[in-house]
Every structure is written in C-alpha cells, then in structure tokens.
Ligand binder design. Structure first.
Ligand code: SF4
Length: 374
C-alpha cells in the first residue's frame, strides 16, 4: 500500500473512531480559547484525571483571562498547589497579563504569536490553534509521537532532533484538510487509551490495518527509547522554626524551580556537613538568623524531573537575629493553622501533614509548652 493511501485510511478510520469513542472531557465542551489554553497548560506532564478538578476549580474562580490577570500570583499558586511544575502557573499568570494588555483580552490566532507567550510551546500553540480556532495546525506530544512512530515504523528515538523534526512534518502532512480540530484530538485520544506505551490494544485499534509496527510485531519496541542518565540525589534539610507559637516560613524567589512558593527554610547538604550543620548554615544564609536544631520530625523522599531529594525535616528553635529576606523573596511568622493559606511544594506538603497530625490534639501554646528544650 502506498504512503498516501495509508494516510487517507488513517484519516478516515481515526475520525470515524473518534466520533464514537471520544473522551468526554470538560474542556471539550467549550471552544473558548482561554479554557482550552488553561486545560492544555495543566495537561502538560499531568494526567487527565488529576487535571479535571483543578481545571474546574480554576475556571470557577477565574472564569475569564481578565479575572486571572486581576488575581495576585500567590492565589494562582495556591490553586495550583499539588499539580506540580509550578513554572506553568507563573507562566500562565504572565501570559494572561500579556493577552490582556497587548491583545485586549483576546487570544492571538496564529501559532507564531501564541508560541511567543510564556509557557506556550509549539505543541500547546498547535493545540489551541486547531481546537479553539479550527486552524489546520499539527500537534506533537508524547501520545502523538508514539502513534506516529508505530504506524509509520519510525525506528529512531523521537527525542533525537532530526527525528523530532521529521515527526512534526509528518504530523502536519497527515491532517485532513479543515479537520485538524477533531483529527488532532483523535490522535491524542488514541495514544492515551489504545496505543498506550505498554501493551497497546492493537486488536481494538482503528489503525491496525495500516500500522507498520503491528505488521512487523514491533508495537512493543517502538518508539525507540533514548537512555536517560540516572538522576542525581541530594540530601536536603528543612527547619520548622518555632518562636512564640509561630513558625517561620519563607517564599522562594520568583525565578527558578518552585519560584514564588512558600517553604520551610533549609537547603542542600554540602559534602562533609551533618544535616544539622547544613540547616544552621542554610537558615543563616537565607534569613540571617541563628537557630537551634531539635528533633527530626520526618523524612520525605521526592523526585523532580532531573533529580531526587531526601528531605529531612527538623523542629528548631529560633535563637537570635532579625530575619531578613537575604536569599528568599519574603518570610512570615505564622500559626500552624494559618499554614494552609500558603502554597507549598509537594515535598513540604508532606511535612505539613506530619506536623498537623503531630499537633492535632494540641493548641499552638501547648506546642510551645511541650517543647521547652527547643
Ligand atoms: S495497531 Fe497497535 S501499535 Fe499500531 S497504532 Fe494501533 S494500537 Fe498502536
């Protein structure tokens, strides 16, 4: 069968399959570019089931791009809490401001301009353009890559630049004229529900007659995976610093990993340093105060995209010095019950939950009284 013929069958079968099997997702009940943009940003690196409640809560509070613009970033981060990859929330807020100030609150309709907004890459630009504006623009995410590598039997890693480029060209070539909106979503759904990374359900696949990987029994071998080097591991110490029944928290600088989020002060252990020495040094560098390190509260293991940490949380007592935001954006002394008003990274959330459990039956003054040694 010739390639063009295969592409035609692919278009026809995929669209017919989508009409029957499309997933009913909240963002598919609208053509509002703002809502579609929001869903696409949330779906980057995150499963559909996790995204749905966040998407609904977000739209309830910020029903328009103007409403999002008017909100302080802190509130946006708080609503994002638990979804991870917080740079997405910061970029969302910045992009909303640009849409309102430079485009009068209307989303630009070309992929080039969409692509220039913070947090919108080539995939997201293509998704918004095709789904919200009905433009014949391609999309290429992990799901689409997998389907294309299998159907067209591409035996090179999609992470290689040349292969990636080739896949983008292919994703554009296969779009049926005027139908990118449904075709792209069909490809995404097929990758998410049938042509899954492991054990694809080829027997139920609308592309089984033209799939070159299936024909060669290579569906479990494609796409070719590029070996990743093992991610480094760091020990990190964090302090629950008590003073007069309040706890000291600080806010990370807006740039960089977890920017704008609040956390318990601390940082990465240097070689030849004990965790306690590390904590005293980090708190001194971050906030210019001296502390006394007490008992270990808990240990949390957490994996980020490029590294893993073991976070050791200690209860500490404030000793001397006036806190200053030396290596952080801000700091606050807050009561235990007030901590829920701040957005914390996931690893800190686990500390919070241990902390709440430990003091569930004690009021804040009792905590201080039961820890005279701290
Ligand atoms: S036949 Fe199997 S490998 Fe090929 S596209 Fe369908 S699910 Fe994927």
């Amino acid at each position: 069968m010739k390639r063009d013929e295969r592409i035609q069958i692919m278009q026809k079968n995929l669209l017919a399959w989508y009409r029957v099997h499309r997933r009913d997702l909240p963002w598919r009940r609208t053509r509002d570019p703002y809502a579609i943009w929001l869903s696409e940003i949330m779906l980057q690196q995150t499963q559909v089931a996790t995204v749905i409640p966040y998407y609904e809560r977000f739209l309830k509070e910020f029903s328009t791009v103007q409403a999002l613009t008017n909100s302080p970033l802190d509130r946006v981060l708080k609503l994002w809490q638990g979804l991870g990859y917080y740079s997405r929330a910061r970029n969302l807020h910045r992009a909303a401001q640009i849409v309102v100030s430079e485009y009068h609150g209307k989303f630009p309709q070309t992929t080039a301009v969409l692509n220039s907004l913070p947090g919108i890459g080539r995939y997201t630009a293509g998704a918004i353009a095709s789904i919200a504006f009905d433009l014949d623009e391609p999309v290429l995410d992990g799901n689409v890559e997998r389907v294309l590598c299998r159907v067209f039997r591409i035996k090179m890693s999609p992470k290689e630049t040349a292969t990636h480029k080739k896949l983008w060209t292919l994703a554009r070539t296969i779009i049926p004229t005027g139908k990118a909106c449904f075709f792209n979503q069909a490809l995404m759904d097929l990758g998410a529900t049938i042509c899954t990374p492991r054990r694809p359900a080829c027997e139920r696949c609308p592309l089984r007659d033209i799939c070159q990987a299936l024909k060669n029994n290579e569906q479990n071998d494609l796409p070719i995976k590029k070996r990743r080097p093992p991610s480094p591991h760091y020990d990190v110490a964090a302090g629950i610093i008590w003073k007069n029944n309040r706890i000291l928290i600080d806010q990370r600088k807006p740039q960089g990993l977890l920017g704008g989020l609040w956390e318990f002060p601390g940082g990465k252990r240097e070689p030849h340093e004990t965790l306690e020495e590390c904590l005293i040094r980090e708190v001194r560098e971050e906030l210019a105060i001296e502390i006394e390190v007490g008992e270990k509260l808990t240990v949390v293991k957490h994996a980020y995209t490029h590294f893993r940490i073991t976070l050791h949380a200690f209860e500490c007592r404030y000793r001397t010095g006036r806190p200053q935001a030396v290596q952080c954006a801000d700091f606050k002394w807050v009561k235990l019950a007030e901590l829920e008003n701040f957005a914390f990274p996931k690893a800190n959330e686990k500390i919070l939950s241990v902390l709440r459990q430990k003091y569930a039956t004690q009021s804040a003054p009792a905590i201080a009284a039961t820890h005279p040694e701290l």
